[in-house]
Design a protein around this ligand. Structure first.
Ligand SMILES: [Zn+2]
Length: 207
């Protein structure tokens, strides 16, 4: 698929003469934003943010289509499997820092919702026979790979939601949920229902 990478030919997407699906790449690059000419500044956009969606890079499960997200409502971070990997956590940390530097509270003070969206027939399941590759992706030992449940999206989404709950930097009052899209039916199943990332802290015992 990526046969041209690393050869003397340019990457196909950068080649304006190279048709993608019968259309010239310029057909994509020359169009105005689907949201219209006006897009808000970053601080303003952060105030309007409602959700952070972590999903798979798979072309069939674009979260904007699967979940019907409107422009500006969600930050979408996609990787192979929609998994909580060290690389994804780094992205989340950078995102938080961007909000700090921009001087804005994401969501304008409303609780954000983190959605982990996995799906059936995910390409990551086809890598199950390549434990070294997956171990590097998750930065775990090959022996620990079974804790990532790469062949079972329902188990995997629950594991990843649990991982997010353990991140102290995420505000406890935000919500988190785990969904699995069945690519055969298009139905999105709520595997982990929305709940606050952490329960409100009870006041410590007296004394
Ligand atoms: Zn996938």
């Amino acid at each position: 698929m990526w046969g041209n990478v690393g050869t003397d030919r340019p990457f196909p997407a950068c080649d304006s003469e190279n048709p993608v699906n019968g259309r010239s790449v310029t057909a994509f690059s020359s169009r105005p934003s689907a949201a219209g000419a006006f897009l808000p500044s970053l601080p303003q956009a952060l105030r309007n943010l409602r959700a952070i969606i972590i999903g798979c890079a798979d072309m069939r499960v674009d979260p904007a289509h699967v979940l019907g997200i409107k422009s500006g409502e969600a930050v979408v971070i996609r990787n192979i499997g929609g998994r909580i990997t060290p690389g994804l956590l780094e992205q989340l940390a950078l995102l938080g820092r961007i909000g700090e530097v921009a001087g804005e509270v994401a969501g304008g003070g409303e609780e954000l919702h983190i959605v982990v969206l996995h799906h059936t027939d995910c390409g990551i399941t086809r890598l199950a026979g390549d434990p070294a590759l997956l171990a590097r992706y998750f930065q775990v030992s090959e022996g620990e790979l079974r804790t990532k449940a790469v062949t079972d999206p329902r188990a995997a989404v629950a594991i990843d939601v649990a991982l997010l709950r353990e991140i102290p930097a995420l505000p406890g009052e935000w919500f988190v949920s785990g969904l699995v899209c069945d690519v055969k039916t298009g139905v999105v199943d709520i595997v982990v229902p929305p709940a606050r990332i952490r329960r409100a802290q009870t006041t410590g015992s007296a004394g």
